[in-house]
Design a protein around this ligand. Sequence first.
Ligand code: ADP
Length: 450
Amino acid sequence: MKGKYDIVIIGAGGAGMTAAIEAKQQGMNPVIFEKMPVVGGNTLKASSGMNASQTKVEAAQSVKDSNDLFYEETLKGGGGTNDKVLLRYFVDNSASAIDWLDSIGIKLDKLTISGGMSVKRTHRPHDGSAVGGYLVDGLVKEVKKEKIPLFVNTDVTKLNETNGKISGVTVKINQDKTKKIAAKAVIVTTGGFGASKKMIKKYRPDLANYVTTNQAGATGDGIKMIEKVGGYAIDMNKIQIHPTVNQSKHILIGEATRGEGGILVNQSGKRFYNEMNTRDKVSAAINKQKGKYAWVVIDSGVRQRSSAIDFYIKDKLDVKGNTLAELAKKMKVPAATLAKTVATWNKAVSSKNDTEFGRTTGMDHGLTTGPYYAFKIAPGIHYTMGGVKINTKTEVLTKQQQPIPALYAAGEVTGGLHGNNRIGGNSVADIVIFGRQAGTQAAAYVKSQE
Ligand code: ADP
């Protein structure tokens, strides 16, 4: 580890690695510090895909979409409380982010749909795998190819300042040695705080007992460090509960499971809500069921169309039945009711009219092919919408809306883009779009100082 780099990037999740690659492409000499022993952060757990509009993938599959529609649906999903300027930048730069990923060998050329969206704009890996692992693998490969130094077990504990500018960081290596690293600019990509019981309790005491899907390193470090140098955080009480989380292993049953045709049933074997509504609403609906849980029910067709399901099955999160009756027995729900629920659902699929709950998406296929699977789920803490305030250049702002010189932030550590409810598929888009922008802007700043 050297004592000086052009740009220090804090956190090796999707946003951090993207920013590093972009900065390197702009001729910089960046370094990435990751506090955990492994890279990937919460990005590794992303399951649905990456939302983007007006892409070549959509065009090739004749999906009619527009940046304006993407904007409107994200704003609606966020309860109208999104930072509209960030959101505009986000949708307008989504297609080029897909192209950029493509240019470094990350091919998201399959499409699915996520809750709150009306068209297929969730871009998924061409091999059908979960997006997080695929994206992290691809980014790591590029980081290596570009020879960007990346240090794990390196916890950044402080942002250092000289003459009113950020001038580097202090790191703790292997929980032992402390070192000061100088930098011409710093990009904070430390992710959210969904794994910090203390912060959850502080901002949302009502969620203190929820399980979290977050990795252990998601403890809000970046927010705290930025607050110490004059930045500030917004929307800290806006915490996303994901509706479908396995409660014993804290593993998320991804939204694509529903997007590809899965339904939710309660312990009486009945559907109770539009499964493709936004995460906040679906979570609230599940919490209204007896026992505050439900089942995601799928058939072999859904399993085939979404290969992440193989991992859930490998993790033994499912119950399985060769027939619906056998599945009902394993779920301990009334078999006749489940049979009726699925028959009614299949009719809704063929007539494209869900008269019961008004679902309109994820209805390309009915549940018709055994074996059938069910995953018992309940809501869990998934994502923290709040975070530090940035502008579209990813500059970290003071309360007076002044950029803090040489300080940038991107990804889940930032707040505002998603409003009070993040749409599935928008976090991967966030980290790629704003990660790239952070790399670009930090590089431009460094060059302007030379
Ligand atoms: P994003 O989706 O915004 O990229 P992730 O959760 O995927 O966020 O990645 C954030 C990464 O930052 C994680 O790997 C996390 O362990 C790391 N991280 C968090 N705090 C620190 C810190 N203080 N020093 C170094 N790395 C950190």
